[in-house]
Design a protein around this ligand. Structure first.
Ligand code: SAH
Length: 505
C-alpha cells in the first residue's frame, strides 16, 4: 500500500510555535526529511524509531538537491511509509513546497499540508514589531531577497509606493542591494528598518535603525543569519512593544535531562519563563524484566508482611502500581503506610488513591532515611521499590536504626539513549547550551555516560539537591543547587543563576 507525505511547517524556532497538528503528524512519522532551519527542540520530537534525513544546506553545502529531496519523498511513500517533510516556518512561504507537491502528484502519492507559522510574521512579533498597524500601513509584503531569485526582478519603486510594511526573507546577504534599491525607488532614508536575527529563539537579536545606516549597524553588531529584514514605520514600535527579552529566562538555553514521563513538566515551567529548552538525551524508563522478586513481595504484602512502602520517585510509584495491578490489586496494600521522598512522588501516589503518611522535611534520600527511621518501631518491615541504581544514603540512614527490616527492591532501570540527530557533545562544547538541569544523581550519571568524553568545564549545572550536585561536581561542571528539592525551587535557582551569569558577562 502506498504511504503518504505530509508537508509540515515547523514554525520559526520556538517549539511552542509548532502547530498541534504538526506535532501529531510528526510523532507518527516513519520517515522525516528536515531542513536546516528546523530548530533542535523540534528535532527532539522526531520519534526514535523514525528514519531522519537532513535535506538542508549547511555552510554553503547542499546535502540534497531539491530534485533529490523530491525523489526521496515519493520513493519513501511508495514503500508504504508515513513521510513527513519538515520545513522551517511555513512550507509555502519561500519553502519550495509547491515543487515537492508537483513531484508527488506526478507519482500519484497522497499528501497533506500542515501550514506553519512563518518567520515573516513570528520573528517581528517576538521583537515587538506588529507587521501591520492601522496608524502606519495598509499592507504587508513578503519578498525574497535571494540574489538568484531576484535578478533585478524586484520592482522597488512599486514596493515603496505601496506604503506597506516590507519583509525580506533570505535577504541578509543582499542587504546592500535592498537598501540601495529602496532608496532609488524613492523611500525616505530615515524609514525605520529592522534586521532580526534568529528570531523566536534564545539567541534572537534585533537591530533597529534608519534604512540609510542599517548595514553599518549590522556590521558593528556582527549580525548573522538566519535573519529577516523589515522596512516600515512599524519598526519604530519595537522598543516600546518588545516583550520577549523582559521574561526572566529570556536568552537562556537550557538542556533538561529528566525521565521523559515527567520531563515536560519542568520544561514547560522553564519555557513559561522565556527559556529555550532542549530535552536531551532521550531517556526511557524500563521496568526490570524479571518480575519474580516483585511477585513474591506482593504476596508478602497481601499477607500483611510490610509496615511501610517507601517511594523515591514518581516513576517508581507508577511502575509499582502497574505491576501491582498486573499480579494483584490495591487491596494488597490495606494497612500499609506510605512514605514519599517529595512532592512529585506524593502527587503520583495520590493518583492511585493513596495519601502519603510521611514526607521528609528536606526532599532527599538522606533526610528521608533519617526521619523515617525515627518514626519506625524496631521490627517494622519496609519495602522500597525503586530504581536499580538507587541512592545508597537512604538505605544507610535506615540501617542506623536497629531492628528494621529493609528491602531494597529494584523495579526499573533508567536507560539513556544518544540522539540520532543531534550531537550532545558538540552542543555543549560549542556553547549552544547555557545550563543543564539535573534532578537526581542518576540523571547526571546517565547524561555523562551518553555525552562521553566531553569537556564539561564550561557547563553550568543546576542541581535539585546536594547529592545531585556532588555527582555533577565530579565531572568538573560549574554548580548551582536549588534551595529545596522541588521543580519550583529549581526554576528559581535557574533564574538566579542566569542573572548572576548575565552580570558577569
Ligand atoms: N518557509 C520559511 C522561510 C524559508 S526562507 C518561513 O516561512 O519562515 C529562509 C529565510 O527565512 C531565511 O533566510 C530568513 O530570512 C528567514 N528565517 C527563517 N527562520 C528565521 C528565524 N528564526 N529568524 C530570522 N529569520 C528567519
Amino acid at each position: 500500500m502506498t504511504g503518504k507525505v505530509w508537508l509540515v511547517g515547523a514554525g520559526p524556532g520556538d517549539i511552542g510555535l509548532l502547530t498541534i497538528k504538526g506535532r501529531q503528524v510528526l510523532e507518527q512519522a516513519e520517515v522525516v526529511v528536515y531542513d536546516a532551519l528546523v530548530s533542535e527542540e523540534i528535532l527532539t520530537l522526531i520519534p526514535q524509531t523514525a528514519k531522519a534525513i537532513f535535506a538542508g544546506k549547511r555552510s554553503g553545502k547542499h546535502y540534497l538537491k531539491q530534485e533529490e529531496t523530491n525523489e526521496l519523498l515519493w520513493q519513501e511513500a511508495e514503500k508504504g511509509k508515513r513521510v513527513v517533510r519538515l520545513k522551517g516556518g511555513d512550507p509555502f512561504v519561500f519553502g519550495r513546497g509547491g515543487e515537492e507537491i508537483e513531484a508527488l502528484l506526478a507519482h500519484n502519492i497522497p499528501f497533506e499540508v500542515v501550514p506553519g507559522i512563518t518567520s515573516a510574521f513570528a520573528v517581528p512579533a517576538y521583537n515587538g514589531i506588529p507587521v501591520t498597524h492601522r496608524d502606519f500601513c495598509g499592507s504587508v509584503h513578503i519578498i525574497t531577497g535571494h540574489r538568484q531569485a531576484e535578478k533585478n526582478s524586484i520592482d522597488y519603486g512599486a514596493l515603496v509606493k505601496s506604503g506597506g510594511t516590507l519583509i525580506f526573507l533570505m535577504g541578509f546577504a543582499a542587504l546592500k542591494e535592498i537598501r540601495t534599491g529602496l532608496l532609488q525607488g524613492g523611500m525616505e532614508p530615515d524609514t525605520p528598518t529592522a534586521v532580526l536575527e534568529k528570531g523566536t529563539t534564545a539567541r534572537q537579536r534585533r537591530i533597529v535603525g534608519a534604512l540609510s545606516d542599517i548595514e553599518e549597524l549590522c556590521e558593528r553588531e556582527k549580525i548573522g543569519t538566519p535573519a529577516i529584514i523589515v522596512v516600515g514605520e512599524v519598526c519604530g514600535l519595537a522598543e516600546q512593544f518588545s516583550w520577549y527579552e523582559k521574561l526572566p529566562l529570556a536568552g537562556v538555553r537550557i538542556l533538561v535531562t529528566r525521565p521523559v514521563q515527567s520531563g515536560s513538566v519542568l520544561s514547560e515551567m522553564l519555557r513559561e519563563k522565556g527559556a529555550q529548552v532542549l530535552e536531551l538525551p532521550a531517556i526511557s524508563i524500563e521496568p526490570v524484566s524479571d518480575d519474580t522478586a516483585l511477585c513474591e513481595r506482593f504476596q508478602t504484602l497481601q499477607n500483611g508482611g510490610y509496615n511501610w512502602l517507601v517511594f523515591t520517585s514518581p516513576n517508581g510509584v507508577n511502575i509499582f502500581f502497574q505491576k501491582l495491578l498486573q499480579y494483584a490489586d490495591i487491596r494488597a496494600l490495606a494497612g500499609v503506610k506510605a512514605a514519599v521522598i517529595g512532592e512529585a512522588s506524593e502527587k503520583a501516589l495520590l493518583k492511585y488513591g493513596i495519601k502519603a503518611d510521611f514526607k521528609p522535611s528536606v526532599y532527599d534520600g538522606e533526610t528521608l532515611g533519617r526521619e523515617l527511621a525515627l518514626l519506625c518501631n524496631p521490627g517494622e518491615r519496609l519495602l522500597i521499590p525503586r530504581a536499580a541504581v538507587g541512592n545508597p544514603e537512604l538505605i544507610c540512614e535506615l540501617q542506623k536504626k536497629e531492628g528494621l527490616v529493609i528491602e531494597d527492591l529494584p523495579i526499573y532501570d533508567t536507560v539513556y539513549h544518544n540522539s540520532s540527530i543531534l550531537d550532545e557533545k558538540e552542543l555543549i562544547e560549542n556553547g549552544a547550551v547555557d545550563f543543564v538541569t539535573f534532578t537526581s544523581a542518576s540523571t547526571v550519571k546517565g547524561f555523562t555516560a551518553v555525552t562521553g568524553d566531553t569537556d564539561y568545564s564550561k557547563l553550568r549545572a543546576v542541581c535539585i539537591g546536594r547529592q545531585t550536585a556532588a555527582e555533577a561536581k565530579k565531572h568538573g561542571m560549574q554548580i548551582w543547587t536549588a534551595e529545596r528539592a522541588t521543580l519550583e525551587s529549581l526554576t528559581d535557582c535557574l533564574i538566579r543563576a542566569a542573572e548572576e551569569t548575565r552580570r558577569k558577562q
